[in-house]
Structures are given as structure tokens and as C-alpha cells.
Write a protein that binds this ligand. Structure first.
Ligand SMILES: [Zn+2]
Length: 668
């Protein structure tokens, strides 16, 4: 059978190909830390030196990126599914009042608040004097407010939304009042410092630094993207508190504390160090290096089985940030190897990863992993993997990173926001017979609700990048780039993926001599390009960039055709468990909505398909490939199986709402 060549097959392709395109694919680079052979490394040796053994010293030595994204202020979405998703998210954010988001912070600081409390993970559970805590409900309270600040700053940057900025500015000012009232060296939270005493004493507490990280990141984004200087002052206060708290611990004790989830504390402190030039924050960030997690990664070893996924991806994003300001290759290797391993050995066909929030099975045992629960592919994990991908792409500029990014974005992210309500998912279940479930208006506030409002407030990010030669076009999304410094605009009009074409039109204040590099996805064959109506005589290579260099002037128009085809992707540990794609689009069988109620769709964090039994069809496939028995069904991106005992209509997974579906099938 033919396998899709893009993800799980690409290590083999890279090994077998010497072309430039192949070299640009993300691949595991040689290990600079050891000369041992892979087999020896895997088994470990007595004289192996852990890369993170000694106390970490910070020395600033910034690494220049190879490619950089255009700032969100210079890219606007045009009408299409991404702009729709952005507006649904903006609508949800607009419905949440600032005073409700501030309520728990004010109560914690002893300030008056009469706002209607939020529910779910933002619920406030007052302690009962003399009573032991019964559960951890409410222990992440305040986390969503941090996400909301980041999302507000991004709405301002991505859509020019001044009301979002005003609301964010108001919240920053009110949170600054809370911080001042708390008076604990810059501490700011919706819960008391006593929870950090519990963390320090290794007594049960959920994840206080996780929540603090969200608030710090929100302040950073309000400063960097919305120009709010007070947010920087609040953030420096919080960083001062975090620096002092961590400085007072021995390294051994701190390493033990790091066994409790702490979000991206290392990441935010490195970002602050980069933005302010103050190395103190980087030294504080270094204390959040979880050595037992980083050491095997820096040695390019997968010891991820059994770990909680979204606890660890943000730590790796921090490693990427650390490499960028210091050039320390150990951190580079942690991020580089981790991305490679998760993308190639631990991701489903949607590029989603995790099951029951963990990596439960060994690498490449995804069929086995899939059977362990219905709670597959937590949305935060995809959000964070996209963030990590942007870092690695910035270092290397290989188009393969955007094959991954595109697949995750179109399938996992575009498909997990409910039309109109803007509610988002926790898990995108890939269990056959599952359905999509969404958060409620104000009684959920899961981690993924938080990363959700962030994701959909920056959908214009990463479409266009630049290098020293010119502009790179990485995603086929209706949008306009306005490179103000050069007086150069590029307007992309497309109905991709419903149509297999995109067009780019130039507006230039003066003729602009530069390269336009168009990503030629790995999934296409026989792509073609016309400039001003004339076909160019170069055959674009899948998995490469097609470079067009000329003096661009107003009215110049590029048309690119990206033919799609049906492909099969089999589970690496069970060739009979198969998923189907059309181009980069993951197809799902629509299994109808019988038995589903609104309560089963809005509210639960995952579906419970075992409670509503449904027989998922199995298929018999011809040897000739999927297009011999899966036929176009009329509408764009719609297909129908033929010759099966029960035929099924296949449509994009990202278009199915309120119905049961299957992505994976048993194919004999
Ligand atoms: Zn989550």
C-alpha cells in the first residue's frame, strides 16, 4: 500500500535523498555531545556525562535567526474560514466582562468585588478554617485571566482591535492595584502565597507556577504587542518575587519542586531577559531547568513514555528561547530532538499528540496508544507544538516544518472551535465513533479554553516570513501582507483547500527587487506556477521552496496550482489501522448525530462514545490505492467509499460539528 510521504515516512525519505529539498526537511542532526554510536547511546554507558550535570551558568550570546515572521501588525486576514474562526473567538472574548476576570484577584488581595464569579477551573473555593482541603478545585484560578491578557494583546496586534487593548489596559491597571495591595515583593495571583508554601513543603497542590506563568506571559504580551508599559512593571515585580523565591532553594530541592507542573516559567523569564537586557531574569529562568527531563533529550533519547505531555512542551519552548539568547547548544539539542521525536513518533494523523494528557505507549506505538482512552490529542499540546515549530523554523527555515504546521493548523486547530459560539475543545478525540465536545460560556475555563483564546486571536501569524533575500509564503490562507518599510504589499486570495490554487498580487510603492519564496508542500505532485499569466519553466519540487526573484511592481500576479490527491496513512504499529487525507486535509467519516444531545456536546471535556454504542464500519481496500475505491462525492473535499458492506461519506474532520465521526478505520 502507498503511504503518505509527509510525516511518519519522512525520516526514511531524508535518509534516502540527497536533494536540497530533502536536506531542508527537519531531520535528527548528529549528536554533538557524544561520539557514541546510536545503539550504544540508547543503552546508556557508564561513562556517559549528562549534559545538564553541573550548575547552569548564563552567558548572553544571541543567535541571529535565519528567517523571521512578519509581525502580526503587518498581516491581515481576508474573508475565509480563518477570519470566521478569529471573529467567533473575538465574540466569545467580548462576552466575558473584565470585572469577572478580575474578581478572584481582587478577593485574594482583599479588595472589593461584586462581579459575578466565573465557574469551572476559575471557581473560587473559600477555605474552611480547621478543615483539610478536600480537592484541588479552584487551584488554577487566575490562569484564564493570564491567557485572556495574551489574547487581548494579540487581538490588538492581529486585528487592530482597540477595544481589546482598552479592556486589557484596564485589567493590567487593576491587577497592578492587586499586586500593590498584596505587597509581597511583587507577587500577583488569585490565590495566596500559602500555596507556594505547600509546593515548597512538597505537600499536595495543583500547579501554582503554571498559573503564575500564564499571568506573567499575559503581562509580557500586553507590553510587547499592545505597548502597555505598566504591564512590564507588573511583570518585573512578579519576576522579582519568582527570582527571590527560587533563589532561596537548594538546587536539589528546586529540582524536586520542578516535578510539579510549572508551565513555561523558564520561557517567560528568558523572554523578559531578552526584551530588557537584564541577565538576572535569565539566571532565574535557569532555575526552572528540569534536568532529568532535559538530559536524555540533549542526548537524543526518547524517555518520554509516562510523562504528562503539556507539562513538558512549554519547558522545551523555554529551552528554545534559552538557545536563542545564549547560543548554548545543549538547549538547542533539547528542542531540536524533542520536536523531531514528537512530530515523527508520537503524533496522530492530525499532528495532535497525547492520550489522557500523557504519552502512555512507547514511541511509534500509536495504534496501541489510541486504544488507551478517548481523551486523545489535548488542544494545548497542539497550541504549544505550533509555538515550538515556529522557533525551530526560525533557526533553520526548512519547508518541512510548515508541512507539519499546516497539517496541525488546518486539521486540529481550525476544526476545534465551534462555529458562532467560539467555544473550543479540550481533547480532539480520534476514537472511532467520537464527537467533538466544547467548553461552556462561563463554567469550564479549562487549560485549553485559555490556550484556545490565544490561538484564535493570532491566526494571521506565521503565514509570511522574511529572510535576507525577501518574503517566504508558508501558508495558503486569504490574507494581505503589508511590508511597510519597503512599501510592498502582497495580497493572497484563495479558497484553499476547497480550491487547489492560490494567487498573490503585488502592490509596490516603487519596484522592489527581491525573492518571493513559495512553499511547495510535500503532499503535492505536479505543482505549477504562473507569473503574470505565463507559466514558468521550472518544475517545483515537493517539499521545497520555489524562488522567484525579480523586480516586483504593482499588478504583478503569481498563480500557484497545488494538485491534491488521496493518500493513506497507516499506524506504524498496525498497518490495518488507517486514516485518509486529501492533500494536507484529514478526512473523517460522518457517522450521523443519532443519540447526541446538546448536553453531550457542550460541557464535557471529552465524548463518552461507549455510552452510546455505535458500530463503526470496517473497509476492504483494493490494492490499487485509495482513489480506486474512495470516489469524489460532488461537493469539494467530499468523498464516498464504494463497494463496502456499509459505505461512508468522508469530509474534512475540521468541518464536522454535532455529529459522530471516525478518522481511523480498520482496513483489510
Ligand atoms: Zn489544555
Amino acid at each position: 500500500m502507498r503511504r503518505n510521504l509527509s510525516r511518519r515516512g519522512f525520516a526514511a525519505i531524508v535518509a534516502g535523498a540527497g536533494s536540497l529539498a530533502a536536506q531542508q526537511q527537519p531531520a535528527p542532526p548528529p549528536n554533538p555531545n557524544t561520539s557514541l554510536q546510536p545503539q550504544e547511546r540508547r543503552q546508556g554507558t557508564l561513562d556517559e556525562v549528562p549534559p545538564f550535570k553541573d550548575p547552569i551558568q548564563f552567558a548572553r550570546n544571541p543567535v541571529a535567526p535565519k528567517v523571521e515572521p512578519f509581525p502580526m501588525t503587518q498581516v491581515r486576514l481576508l474573508p475565509g474560514p480563518f477570519l470566521d474562526a478569529a471573529e467567533w473567538n473575538r465574540g466569545y472574548m467580548n462576552r466575558l466582562a473584565a470585572d469577572r476576570l478580575l474578581h478572584n484577584f481582587r478577593l485574594n488581595a482583599g479588595l472589593d468585588s461584586k462581579a459575578e464569579p466565573l465557574g469551572g477551573w476559575e471557581v473560587y473555593v473559600a477555605p474552611t478554617p480547621g478543615q483539610p482541603r478536600r480537592n484541588s478545585e479552584g487551584e488554577l484560578r487566575g490562569h484564564f485571566t493570564g491567557h485572556f491578557l495574551s489574547a487581548s494583546a494579540q487581538l490588538y496586534a492581529s486585528m487592530g482591535d482597540k477595544e481589546a487593548k482598552s479592556k486589557g489596559d484596564y485589567m493590567v491597571a487593576e491587577l497592578a492595584r492587586c499586586q500593590e495591595k498584596l505587597g509581597a515583593g511583587g507577587y500577583l495571583s488569585a490565590f495566596p502565597t500559602e500555596w507556594f508554601d505547600r509546593l515548597d513543603a512538597r505537600r499536595p497542590v495543583w500547579a501554582p507556577f503554571y498559573t503564575i506563568h500564564k499571568i506573567m506571559a499575559g503581562m509580557f504580551d500586553m507590553y510587547q504587542l499592545a505597548g502597555n508599559k505598566q504591564a512590564l512593571t507588573v511583570l518585573e515585580g512578579m519576576s522579582n518575587w519568582a527570582d527571590e523565591w527560587t533563589r532561596s532553594k537548594s538546587e536539589e530541592h528546586m529540582q524536586d519542586i520542578l516535578n510539579t507542573e510549572y508551565g513555561g516559567m523558564n520561557d517567560i523569564l528568558y523572554k523578559l531577559a531578552a526584551a530588557t537586557g537584564n541577565d538576572r531574569w535569565a539566571a532565574a529562568g535557569d532555575r526552572f531547568t528540569k534536568k532529568r527531563f532535559f538530559n536524555p533529550l540533549a542526548l537524543r533519547r526518547d524517555e518520554l513514555t509516562g510523562l504528562h505531555v503539556n507539562t513538558h512542551i512549554p519547558q522545551v519552548i523555554g529551552a528554545a528561547q534559552r538557545y536563542e539568547i545564549s547560543g548554548d547548544m545543549r538547549f538547542h539539542d533539547v528542542a531540536d530532538y524533542f520536536w523531531y521525536e514528537v512530530a515523527t513518533a508520537r503524533s496522530y494523523v492530525t499532528e495532535g499528540t497525547s492520550n489522557g494528557e500523557g504519552w502512555l505507549a512507547q514511541p511509534r506505538m500509536l495504534a496501541s496508544e489510541l486504544k488507551r482512552s478517548v481523551a486523545t490529542a489535548e488542544c494545548c499540546c497542539s497550541y504549544n507544538m505550533l509555538k515550538l515549530t515556529r522557533h525551530l523554523y526560525g533557526w533553520k527555515g526548512g519547508p518541512g516544518y510548515f508541512d507539519y504546521y499546516e497539517r496541525a493548523l488546518f486539521n486540529h486547530r481550525l476544526g476545534t472551535i465551534q462555529p458562532k459560539t467560539g467555544f473550543t475543545q479540550y481533547y480532539l478525540s480520534l476514537t472511532p465513533g467520537a464527537w467533538k465536545t466544547f467548553n461552556t460560556e462561563d463554567k469550564s475555563f479549562w487549560c485549553c479554553t485559555g490556550s484556545g483564546v490565544e490561538e484564535y486571536s493570532k491566526l494571521n501569524d506565521s503565514i509570511y516570513w522574511r529572510d535576507e533575500d525577501g518574503v517566504l509564503v508558508n501558508l495558503f490562507i486569504p490574507s494581505e501582507l503589508n511590508w511597510e518599510e519597503k512599501g510592498f504589499r502582497l495580497r493572497q486570495e484563495t479558497r484553499f483547500p476547497e480550491q487547489q490554487t492560490t494567487s498573490l498580487t503585488v502592490t509596490a510603492a516603487r519596484p522592489a527587487s527581491m525573492a518571493l519564496k513559495l512553499r511547495v508542500p510535500a503532499w503535492t505532485r505536479s505543482a505549477s506556477v504562473k507569473v503574470n499569466g505565463r507559466a514558468i519553466d521550472v518544475t517545483p519540487t515537493p517539499g521545497s521552496y520555489l524562488t522567484l526573484t525579480r523586480s516586483w511592481k504593482t499588478g504583478d500576479r503569481i498563480e500557484m496550482t497545488l494538485p491534491m490527491r488521496l493518500t493513506v496513512e497507516s499506524m506504524p504499529d498496525d498497518p490495518k489501522t488507517q486514516a485518509f487525507l486529501y492533500g494536507p486535509i484529514v478526512l473523517a467519516g460522518d457517522l450521523g448525530s443519532e443519540g447526541l444531545t446538546e448536553q453531550m456536546i457542550v460541557g464535557p471535556n471529552a465524548p463518552r462514545p461507549q455510552r452510546v454504542p455505535l458500530e463503526v464500519p470496517t473497509f476492504k481496500a483494493a490494492n490499487a490505492g485509495p482513489s480506486s475505491w474512495i470516489k469524489p462525492a460532488g461537493a469539494p473535499l467530499s468523498f464516498r467509499t464504494t463497494g463496502q458492506s456499509k459505505d461512508v461519506t468522508l469530509v474534512p474532520l475540521n468541518s464536522i460539528f454535532g455529529a459522530r465521526y471516525s478518522v481511523y478505520w480498520q482496513v483489510g
